[in-house]
Structure formats: C-alpha cells, structure tokens
Design a protein. Structure first.
Length: 402
C-alpha cells in the first residue's frame, strides 16, 4: 500500500512539474509576443493583387482575375492560368501545346490576344484550315511573371494534367540569376522581400518556404523578431540598419554577370541550380514521352555586343544538345534578321561594330521593333516568337505538310 501511495505521489509530482514547465513556456512565449509587438507587426497577407502564396512554389497567379499588368490587360481562368477557361480532359482530335515560362511567356505589358501563346494557337489552327480531319490545337499558357526554373518545374508538373502533346519551355537570363528576385514577395506584402539573399533562395528553390513559416509570418510578432535576429547574425549587423546594403554588396547578382563573368563562382553556382531544375523537367517530359522545345530569349545589352559574348545562349545550347531536345535561340534569330534587313554582305558583328563607331541608333531602333523594354517582347515580338515556334512544333510532332 505504501509503495502504491508513493508511486501516486511521484506521478502527481511529475504532472505538476510538467504543468509548471508548460505554464512557464506559455508565459514566456506570451510575454515575448507582447514585447515583440511593440516593434514588429505580423504580416496579415491579403492577396488582392495578381499573386498569391503557393506552398510548393512560393507564389502563383490568382485565379479568376481580370486586371492590368504593366499596361497590358490580362485575365486568368479558374485554375489561375492566363487566358480562357480550358478543360482538364483533352477533346478528341486535339493537339495540346503546354507553354512554361516567366513574364516573357506570360505576356508582360501586352493583352491576352497579343501573347505568343495566343498567336501560336491561331497560326497552328490556320495551318490545318483546309485539311479534312485535321486536329484542333490548344495552347495552354502556365507562365507566371517572376518564375525561375524552380517554379517552372512545378508549373510543368501540374500542366501534365492537361495531357499535352508537346512542351515549350522559355528561359531568359534573369531566370538563372537575378538581383531583385524578392519583388514577388514584396508584391504579396512580405517584408522578407527586402532581404534579397533570403528571398532569392526562396524564389530560386534553394530554400523552402513552408506553410508553417507562411502562417507564422502572418500571426506572430515574436517569430518576425527571431527572423530579424537571424538575419542580423548572418550579416554581422547588430543594429540591422545596414543589412540591406550588406546584402546587396554580398549578392551582386545581375544578368550581366552571365555574359561578363561566366567563370564567377556565384555565376557557376546559379547555373548549377538552374540546370538541375531544367534537367528534372526534361527527365519528366521524357518519361512521359512528351517532346520539349527550349526557347531562350535575350536581354537588350546582348544584342549590341559581339556574338562571341553570348555565353548563356551557348551554355544552354550545349545543355539542350546533351539532353537531346530542340533548341531555339532568339538572340541568334534577331541577329540574322538584322543582317537580312540592313546589309546582307556584312556579318552581325560588323554591323554592331559600325553602329558603335558611328554612334548609330540602328540597333536600338531595331530592338524596339520587337521589344517593349530590356527583355519583354512587344506584340510584334510575340508574333515573331509564334512564327518561329510554329514550324518547330509541327516538325517535332511530324505534322508538317509534305
């Protein structure tokens, strides 16, 4: 009897200690939360813009949206894809093209009926207008502004639900390396977007922003305090006043580094990360027996520099050759058009050198025929991309007329 009584007392004592411990922790956390609220405000995120949080790929387009993006009118369907509603089930005698990309493929600054996805669908269907029993074509645009290969990997995986017959994957320089990758997080109201080194890791798939992390950001001031302290320790900045400046100095990421410093260790690391995601996409496409076309778009500064400096394009072409996929280089096509429209007796390098020597506006004027800014195509540029892609798709699918 004495032994049983002693055991009961021990159990009660243990329970009491656990209760006191839990109470102490609760009081500590509660007090810490109240103190943290004096300086930190939890980020109550209300996704009223074009983006929303996505637990797999950090961000995505909001569904059923009707708005403007850099002057271009856009709509999204019930699944958050730009353009018209489209069924998951593929209609009979239909060929589907899945477009995966960033703001270029999304159609930065252009209307729904001015993207290359729209032009491509129109041109593919016109091609078969007079052929009896010809298939109908549907082009499904999964592209999202701010995408890197990490997001595109998830977009492609989800896009397989539409049973595509071919995939078009578009890449540009700042999908590989970006100095302001956190602008997407800022668009969603996340203060973390100001810490470029952290936000870049989220956007490029080097760190995972979990649902718990996202929830705590919105509801706990103490959690924001801990995140702030982590950043101050990382940058050896006790006050936190110079963190942003130190982050910029430490992370000198620009698309120009891909051209000017191809052997820079940080550039090589960026390539390693990007190509790893591209490889995963290609592997999935090949497992599904779906052909993939890689189309690479340039930045404006590349167009006015010697062709030998197109290091990113050559690297991606070598990658495409190794992976046995079709490759389209829009920079090379633009140079070819420049030669055809100016002086067929000269090379692109000769024309570029003369324009520099004579301070000629020719290159800038030519660029502005196809682009709205440093890399986003105008409606004319989108039409050019569609015209380049159409025969490539038909030939890859063996649908071109004899």
């Amino acid at each position: 009897m004495f032994h049983i009584h002693k055991q009961e007392n021990h159990t009660r004592g243990l329970a009491l200690n656990l209760l006191l411990c839990a109470s102490s922790v609760s009081i500590f956390l509660g007090g810490s939360e109240l103190l943290a609220q004096l300086k930190y405000t939890p980020q109550k995120l209300e996704y009223s813009g074009m983006f929303e949080y996505d637990s797999e790929k950090v961000f995505d387009l909001r569904s059923n949206n009707d708005s403007y993006y850099h002057g271009g009118h856009f709509t999204t369907n019930s699944r958050g894809l730009r353009g018209k509603e489209i069924s998951l089930e593929k209609p009979e005698n239909t060929v589907r093209v899945l477009v995966v990309g960033d703001s270029i493929s999304f159609g930065h600054g252009v209307n729904d009926n001015e993207t290359y996805s729209y032009f491509l669908e129109q041109s593919l269907n016109r091609y078969f207008t007079e052929r009896e029993g010809a298939p109908a074509f549907e082009v499904i645009n999964t592209s999202v502004p701010g995408n890197s290969p990490f997001q595109e990997y998830h977009d492609m995986k989800r896009g397989l639900a539409y049973d595509p017959d071919i995939i078009v994957l578009q890449i540009t320089l700042n999908d590989i390396i970006e100095e302001n990758a956190g602008w997407i997080l800022e668009e969603m109201g996340m203060e973390e977007g100001n810490l470029e080194n952290v936000s870049r890791d989220f956007v490029f798939g080097k760190q995972n922003m979990t649902s718990l992390d996202n929830a705590l950001r919105q509801h706990s001031a103490f959690y924001l305090f801990l995140k702030d302290m982590q950043t101050r320790i990382q940058f050896q900045d006790p006050t936190g006043k110079n963190t942003a400046e130190k982050a910029k100095r430490r992370e000198k990421f620009t698309a120009g580094l891909l051209v000017d410093e191809p052997e820079n260790p940080e550039v090589e690391d960026a390539w390693k990360n990007a190509l790893s995601w591209l490889h995963r996409m290609i592997a999935i496409a090949q497992e599904q027996n779906i052909p993939l076309i890689l189309i690479v778009t340039p930045f404006n500064f590349q167009f006015s520099r010697e062709t030998e400096l197109a290091h990113p394009q050559r690297k991606l072409q070598e990658f495409a050759t190794e992976e046995n996929i079709h490759y389209i280089d829009m920079l090379g096509i633009l140079w070819q058009l420049l030669v055809e429209k100016t002086d067929k007796e000269k090379t692109a390098n000769q024309i570029i050198a003369e324009c520099r020597q004579n301070d000629s506006p020719l290159l800038q004027d030519f660029w502005e025929m196809f682009f709205l800014d440093y890399d986003h195509p105008s409606p004319t540029g989108h039409e050019l991309m569609a015209n380049i892609l159409q025969p490539a798709i038909l030939n890859t699918l063996h649908l071109a007329a004899e």
